[in-house]
Design a protein around this ligand. Structure first.
Ligand code: ATP
Ligand code: MG
Length: 403
């Protein structure tokens, strides 16, 4: 009887293929001893818009990226299929073509967390095993919990890589090209040459499109209560951005992700911080309630692939504020406090001030929090004390200029 050959399947949009993808395939070969890996560019995925590039360019880049490696080949069967493409159809087709092979689907841990949204996942889980490659910004506790849950519910057989692949995403590559930042080391040389020759990915980032891409993922990661709060902050941040002259779409996106790490706590939060190389000073270590700002910025960057530095800073500092905070930072700070779902003493007056003076409203909002902390015997963070001092100086300066 013919021996079963284990073959890795790397499904992806590959828009464009990058070094992280190649590292995943290499890790799967090394850790599982796979002889071959098939790269399968997705045709028309139901969960994602692939408008940026024709399938042909994506396939060309995959072919160029793997040309030097005999153990890799590309299958275009999903590209040829009409309508939405589903992995279950691909697996059925492969089983029919190569009935002696055993299939290992290679995915990132971000995809792992969404596996049960795949069409007919119970059947998919019978037709292949999974190798999930660790990706920065994904909480390890959540990964372990998901693996156990999928095993119990669907009999899914999943192993998780020892190592992380390089923290690169196609979204990030596209955004960096459009923004004129360096991206060339993130893709194989042949892919770089192809992108340059064809002038791909020049169109600038569309924050509204980013919002639509990220929103369902944030919603899945949060409890219904926190998602409600998030929607309130989005609405209020939009209003404040219009009122005080800030980019509305950036404000909406920052609001969307501001609490994306709030429900990761304790040991999980410590591990996630270490994974993303986020370090806290002694004061922050003593205030775990403030960790979700920095952690959220890390998750927004690595998991949701948001590159914009203003947005990341607004998430990072949204609970404390800081000296020199930007208008967007002030808007997110304030929106978080006064959104429609809040209720606390002094809220009506904060909402009143926020109709006319952004700096004064943020000062009032920080002082409200400081008062609350003091009454309850807690310390205020030095960053938020500095934020108040900074905004007061700013107000005094503008009063002086006006007089
Ligand atoms: P996009 O940003 O457009 O979503 P991507 O970089 O995530 O692109 P995909 O084509 O969506 O690339 O990826 C295919 C698979 O590879 C997915 O399961 C994804 O989780 C995984 N993957 C991609 N890059 C990495 C990486 N750097 N580390 C671990 N897994 C990754
Ligand atoms: Mg992806």
């Amino acid at each position: 009887m013919q021996q079963h050959q284990r073959i890795g399947l790397m499904g992806g949009t590959f828009d464009p293929i990058h070094c992280g993808h190649l590292e995943m395939a290499a890790l799967a070969r090394r850790e599982l001893g796979l002889q071959q890996v098939y790269f399968v560019p997705v045709g028309n995925p139901p969960h994602k818009r692939v408008a940026r590039n024709e399938s042909c360019a994506r396939a060309q880049m995959v072919q160029r990226a793997i040309a030097h490696e005999p153990a890799y080949s590309m299958l275009d069967l999903e590209l040829k299929r009409s309508g939405y493409t589903y992995s279950i159809d691909t697996l059925r087709q492969l089983h029919a073509l190569q009935p002696q092979s055993a299939w290992v689907y290679i995915i990132g841990t971000d995809t792992l967390l969404e596996l049960d949204t795949w069409r007919d996942f119970a059947h998919v889980a019978q037709l292949c095993t999974f190798f999930a490659v660790r990706r920065l910004g994904i909480c390890e506790g959540e990964v372990a919990q998901k693996c156990a849950q999928l095993a119990v519910r669907f009999g899914a057989r999943i192993s998780v890589s020892q190592a992380y692949a390089a923290p690169i995403s196609s979204t990030q590559v596209r955004a960096r090209i459009a923004a004129g930042k360096s991206w060339q080391d993130m893709v194989p040389a042949a892919v770089k040459a192809y992108i340059e020759a064809h002038g791909l990915y020049q169109q600038s980032v569309d924050y509204a499109e980013d919002f639509a891409r990220v929103a369902p993922r944030v919603q899945r990661a949060l409890s219904p209560r926190r998602w409600e709060h998030t929607l309130g902050v989005v609405e209020t941040a939009e209003e404040l951005a219009r009122r005080f002259g800030c980019d509305v779409h950036k404000a909406r996106l920052a609001a969307l992700v501001h609490d994306c790490a709030k429900e990761i706590r304790g040991e999980d939060a410590c591990k996630l911080a270490a994974q993303m190389h986020i370090t806290f000073d002694a004061e922050m270590r003593a205030m775990p309630k403030l960790w979700h700002g920095p952690l959220g910025a890390g998750v927004a960057y690595y998991r949701y692939n948001i590159e914009d530095e203003d947005i990341l800073a607004a998430v990072y500092y949204h609970s404390t504020g800081r000296r020199g905070m930007s208008k967007l930072e002030e808007i997110i700070k304030l929106a978080d406090m006064i959104e429609r779902g809040r209720s606390f003493a002094g809220l009506a007056s904060l909402r009143e001030i926020s109709k006319r003076d952004l700096d004064a409203a943020v000062i009032a909002c920080l002082e409200n929090t400081h008062g609350y902390l003091r009454i309850n015997g807690h310390r205020c963070s030095s960053a938020s004390l500095e934020a108040v001092a900074y905004l007061e100086e700013k107000q005094a300066r503008s009063a002086h200029t006006l007089s």
